[in-house]
Structures are given as structure tokens and as C-alpha cells.
Write a protein that binds this ligand. Structure first.
Ligand SMILES: [Zn+2]
Length: 126
């Protein structure tokens, strides 16, 4: 499960960061997941619960914010979302088409690849 390794990496990074501060407990962790990563929200939450067990993050809430896929086209100047294909029975995810919906040209992905921690809500120790 790819989600477990992603979450492990994030949780380890957060724990390292928290070591630098006097933190009593962590209330919530907000992460941003680009839709292009195709990571499942349910699997991420499940992985988070397992990975944080026995750490300072145990019991904190993982809130997941989605970042939509956006591209920019050099050919026609299009900027915006891409066409999504329904993968039907093969996947619960729609499959993004990474070419320009206007002219079919090559595009640069400008949004949707994020996979990072946005903010932490902590309670500081007295
Ligand atoms: Zn274009």
C-alpha cells in the first residue's frame, strides 16, 4: 500500500519537527494531497492511524485537503483543469489526461502533485 509509505514519511518528518519545540500534544495535522498522486483518502487516514500509534501524534486528527490538477499550455495559453477519464471498474479514481483540453498540446502541470504537511495544531507544554 503506497499510502503507508507516504504517511510514514510525513509522520516521521512531523515528529522530527516537534522535537524542536515544547509540545504537549498534537490536536490535528493538515496535509495537502494533489489529485495527481492518486492517493486514496480512506487509505491515508487508515495508514495515519496505524503509523501514529505510540507516537506523540496518536489520537490527533488527520485532515486531508485535495489539490486539484491544473496545467498550463505553452501552445495556446490555456490554464486550468485537465480532462478526466472515467476508469470504470478498474479504479475508483478518474484518470487525468495530461494534454491541453483546448489544443491537445503538451502541458506543464502547475498544480496537483503536492504531497505535504500544511499545518499542525499543537498544544504547547507549560
Ligand atoms: Zn493548448
Amino acid at each position: 500500500m503506497h499510502e503507508v509509505s507516504v504517511i510514514s514519511g510525513m509522520v516521521n518528518a512531523v515528529i522530527e519537527e516537534l522535537k524542536k519545540h515544547d509540545v504537549a500534544s498534537v490536536t490535528s495535522v493538515e496535509i495537502v494531497i494533489g489529485d495527481l498522486t492518486q492517493l486514496g483518502e480512506e487509505q491515508l487516514s487508515f495508514a495515519y492511524e496505524i503509523v501514529t500509534r505510540g507516537t506523540i501524534l496518536e489520537g490527533s486528527v488527520l485532515s486531508i485537503e485535495h489539490e486539484p490538477i491544473e496545467v498550463s499550455c505553452d501552445g495556446c495559453g490555456y490554464k486550468g483543469p485537465v480532462t478526466m477519464l472515467d476508469a470504470g471498474d478498474f479504479s475508483s479514481h478518474a484518470i487525468p489526461v495530461l494534454s491541453c483540453p483546448e489544443c491537445g498540446g503538451h502541458v506543464k502541470v502547475t498544480s496537483g502533485q503536492s504531497c505535504c504537511v500544511r499545518s499542525l495544531e499543537i498544544e504547547e507544554a507549560d
